[in-house]
Design a binder for this molecule. Structure first.
Ligand code: PLP
Length: 289
């Protein structure tokens, strides 16, 4: 496996980071996960735009322009096996004496990229759906930044695993006492009610998912009724269908929530339709020159 670290492509075993890297010490960095289908990065421009947003959020200049990122990413894809891969990009504020404030003068950022094989979600998962639990979203107020400091997400995801489930669906306590859906511990969540697809609005309380955008674009293009608005916890609990999206899982049905069936407990018609349309969309995009 060949990885990229600070200007060099090298075997994973030879990639080393100094212990004073601010990513290691403070979690002071951001990342991206980009799926690659048929050796082409999917929605690269959108992922690079979100990376820029995350870098702006951490006040770190982007070490590369879009053309440079593209070239590096294409080279990493070429140097690794597999038609379908997923790329992990990781940028930290670099190596400096431990001090919370930014290093002065600034030090070079650490730039790391890794490619892993991308497997489609198993057919059995698509057929049965996955289970989830709900938990209070106790993260910070800049969840729109794809920060590497993921301890809250790690603890929240582990709650699902401890309950024998796949994902934790996060509910934020509103100032007005109303509890509302934000996202999953590592995914975005959609609710389906009476044939309408409901999505929480992109704001500072959730990661603006690239897959989330694709699903809403497909819904708009196909005339599928949809609304982007705040979704209450009660609406999540009473959903006809729940869908989970992410770059590596694409679109998955959540068929059990907190031990109770979602709708009739089987993947529903909205899931089947969106999943099919997502596959078509993906293959069409990959065929474009
Ligand atoms: N929300 C969180 C917290 C995530 O970690 C992820 C991806 O891993 C997503 C949403 C989905 O984003 P994307 O569709 O860009 O993978």
């Amino acid at each position: 496996m060949t990885v990229y670290l600070n200007g060099r492509f090298l075997p994973l075993e030879e990639a080393h980071i100094p212990v004073l890297d601010r990513g290691f010490i403070f979690g002071d960095g951001v990342y991206e996960v980009i799926p690659v289908y048929s050796r082409r990065a999917f929605r690269l421009a959108e992922h690079l735009k979100r990376l820029q947003h995350s870098l702006d959020g951490m006040r770190l200049p982007n070490p590369h322009n879009e053309a440079e990122w593209s070239a590096l990413i294409n080279e990493l894809i070429a140097r690794n096996n597999g038609e379908d891969q997923y790329l992990y990009l990781h940028i930290t504020r670099g190596v400096a004496k431990r001090d919370h404030a930014f290093p002065q003068p600034p030090v070079p950022p650490t730039v790391f990229m890794l490619s892993s094989p991308l497997a489609q979600p198993a057919a059995s998962l698509l057929a049965s759906g996955v289970s989830a639990v709900t938990a209070e979203d106790n993260r910070w107020l800049r969840c729109d930044i794809k920060a590497i400091s993921l301890l809250p997400n790690v603890l929240l995801r582990q709650m699902a695993v401890d309950a024998g489930c796949t994902e934790t669906i996060l509910i934020r306590k509103g100032n007005d006492g109303a509890d509302f859906l934000t996202e999953g511990a590592a995914s975005n969540i959609f609710v389906v009610k009476h044939g309408t697809l409901l999505a929480p609005p992109k704001d500072n309380l959730m990661l603006p998912g690239i897959t989330y955008d694709v699903v809403l674009e497909i819904a708009a293009a196909q005339g599928i009724p949809h609304q982007v608005r705040r979704i209450t916890q009660a609406e999540v609990i009473a959903a006809d269908e729940l869908l989970l999206t992410s770059s590596t899982k694409e679109v998955l049905p959540v068929t059990t929530l907190n031990g109770q069936a979602v709708g009739d407990g089987k993947p529903g018609p909205m899931f089947s339709r969106l999943h099919g349309l997502y596959q078509t969309f993906k293959h069409e995009v990959m065929r474009q020159p």
